[in-house]
Write a protein that binds this ligand. Structure first.
Ligand code: AMP
Length: 592
């Protein structure tokens, strides 16, 4: 990695692109970016062997968008992807990176999508088309898409295209593209057939291979959690509560994310701080000092900011965002297991990042074990044990005479047993952080303004038959109310408030029923809309949300048998910040 360009400033990207790099908070180019951006900016062809998660999309999008002519309203960049998901993802990234290009249009094109809508958008003039080979070929045959002015063609995940039988289509498409276009081909593996295509269609390509080195990391036990069902933040919170942690470093990809995550953890009562390249040297040193002396337990860092960090008490490294390459992974986990101690590394892996996981295992020659998250019951037991320890510690070390007399006087005054008094006190003590881990309980609310007729057409799940449930990443803990959601969706998404159906608000997210036929464009716009300081990041609901029927389980709370008390606990917990924030933990970081 030593010959790589380590700063974006060393490239000659366009000002509009530099502006967005700054806004999204990319600190340094990833290895594939430092090697791909210069030749692609020069208009050269490129053959890149790299996996998803390495920053590959930006590696081609940033230079190609820098070369785009915004005034020319014809397709100038074509990206071919094997799947509709990847097409949408790349189109979305292109949309973000082109934020400051005037009148820019990108169109995702894939099978199964409404043809009329695609045609209309193509007629309006788009500069970037991202799509699956079959549908692109369709449009080329109908002459609804022309590639005679295309300057760059990207073939993404060529080995996947091969597996899916799209390679012939890709060749046909390449034959119809403008003669002098540049071509970039990316593939995670390089089977013979992909190399043949590359040899045939790439002119004197720059060849890049992002490979990993082997290394021994025996002292560190490595685990991964497959991101599923729960949000990463919730998973992290459970880990923080259940593990015996001394110090922890959490790796994320961007500077913005370091601050956001550290703030979210603070709000949940964990003493944490960001560490990134935007902070002054002095502040960075101070943060590391605090981590060393134990006045801070968690640091959320980018790779660059944590380079060389040597803090003995780091017992855990969490790869909240998967690293771009194996070398970065090895560096990250090497922040634990220092000075002969044992360390634990945890990697969060989304389904599409599985390849990187196997690549890391191969390179480190160590197994990375799948880990199950601690269950609600585990966490409840843990909180109860800690609570008991606190009681024992107070009995042992404090002079309690005054309080003993107080309790005696209460008992005789109100004729109440000790057990009941102790239970009431326990309730008061733990009410801001209930000992029993909360079930995520939804408040089911029908959006104001939803017409009576749609309510009567509900299907047996309680939703509207003609509606689809969407998940938005703002919930009770962010202070959201149904009115905020309806307002944002109707104003920003231009969806009639009467068409907004059921809204269910959970702790960290909400579900909202919207018309089935809502356009991809509207959904895309809604993704970046802010409500209560959170972006909606709307996506179709996967059906993992807990059912409303679970509500009754909230009643069985430790030390607070009454329903009224339980309801109050839930409310307090979500609305009030943990008053114990920043205090020293008893045994683990939660400080329960
Ligand atoms: P990709 O390999 O294209 O799927 O990218 C993986 C993720 O890395 C995306 O979420 C990008 O936003 C992010 N990313 C790409 N380049 C950088 C960078 N230089 N610094 C930080 N994050 C990046």
């Amino acid at each position: 990695m030593s010959d790589d360009i380590t700063s974006f400033e060393n490239f000659s990207l366009s000002p509009a692109i530099y502006k967005v790099i700054d806004e999204v908070g990319y600190e340094t180019p990833t290895p594939i970016q430092s090697r791909s951006i210069p030749p692609l900016l020069e208009g050269r062809d490129l053959l890149g062997q790299a996996q998803t998660g390495t920053g590959k999309t930006a590696a081609f999008a940033l230079p190609l968008l820098s070369r785009l002519q915004p005034r020319l309203k014809v397709p100038q960049i074509l990206v071919l992807t094997p799947t509709r998901e990847l097409a949408l993802q790349v189109a979305e990234a292109m949309q973000t990176y082109s934020r400051h290009l005037p009148n820019f249009q990108v169109l995702p094109v894939y099978g199964g999508q409404n043809m009329v809508q695609q045609l209309r958008q193509l007629q309006r003039g788009v500069q970037v088309v991202v799509g699956t080979p079959g549908r692109i070929k369709d449009h080329l045959q109908r002459k609804t898409l022309k590639l005679d002015k295309v300057a760059s063609v990207v073939i993404d995940e060529a080995d996947e295209m091969l597996k899916m039988g799209f390679i012939d289509d890709v060749e046909e498409i390449l034959a119809l593209a403008a003669e002098d276009h540049q071509t970039a081909l990316f593939s995670a593996t390089m089977p013979k057939e992909v190399l043949t295509i590359a040899r045939k269609h790439l002119k004197d390509p720059v060849e890049i291979r992002i490979k990993g080195k082997t290394s021994t990391v025996e002292k560190i036990s490595q685990h991964f959690w497959q991101v599923k069902g729960l949000h990463k933040l919730d998973a992290l919170t459970r880990i923080l509560e259940a593990e015996e942690i001394d110090g922890m470093i959490i790796f994320v990809r961007t500077k913005v994310a370091t601050v956001e995550l550290a703030e979210k953890l603070e709000a949940r009562g964990f003493s944490s701080a960001a560490l990134n390249g935007d902070m002054s040297q002095m502040l960075r040193e101070k943060t590391v000092e605090r981590l060393k002396d134990g006045s801070l337990d968690i640091v959320v860092a980018t790779d660059v900011a944590a380079r060389g960090l040597d803090v003995k008490r780091i017992s855990h490294v969490v790869n909240y965002d998967i690293p771009y390459d194996i070398e970065a992974y090895i560096h990250r986990i090497g922040r634990t297991g220092r000075a002969g101690r044992e360390g634990k590394a945890i990697l969060f892996v989304a389904p599409r990042e599985k390849r990187m996981l196997s690549a890391i295992e191969r390179a480190t020659k160590q197994p990375i074990k799948a880990m199950a998250l601690p269950s609600r019951k585990d966490i409840t037991n843990r909180r109860i044990n800690q609570f008991k320890e606190q009681i024992a510690a107070a009995m042992e070390s404090e002079d309690l005479e005054f309080f003993e007399e107080l309790i005696d006087s209460y008992q005789s005054e109100y004729d109440t047993g000790h057990r009941r008094i102790a239970a009431a006190l326990a309730f008061l003590l733990q009410k801001d952080r209930p000992l029993q881990m909360d079930e995520q309980v939804a408040e089911e609310i029908q959006a104001e303004g939803a017409p009576e007729k749609s309510r009567s057409r509900r299907d047996n799940r309680g939703g509207d038959a003609d509606k689809q449930s969407y998940r938005i990443e703002v919930g009770r803990i962010h202070g959201v109310e149904p009115g905020n959601i309806v307002g944002a969706i109707s104003n920003e998404g231009k969806i009639n408030s009467g068409d907004i159906g059921r809204i269910r608000i959970f702790d960290n997210f909400s579900l909202v029923d919207l018309p089935e036929n809502i356009s991809a464009d509207k959904l895309h716009k809604l993704k970046s809309v802010w409500v209560c300081d959170e972006q909606l990041q709307i996506s179709p609901d996967s059906g993992n949300a807990p059912s409303i029927a679970k509500r009754s389980s909230r009643r069985q709370r430790f030390g607070a048998g009454k329903t009224a008390g339980s309801a109050q606990q839930t409310k307090t917990r979500s609305a009030v910040k943990n008053p114990r924030r920043g205090k020293k933990p008893v045994k683990n970081l939660s400080g329960s």
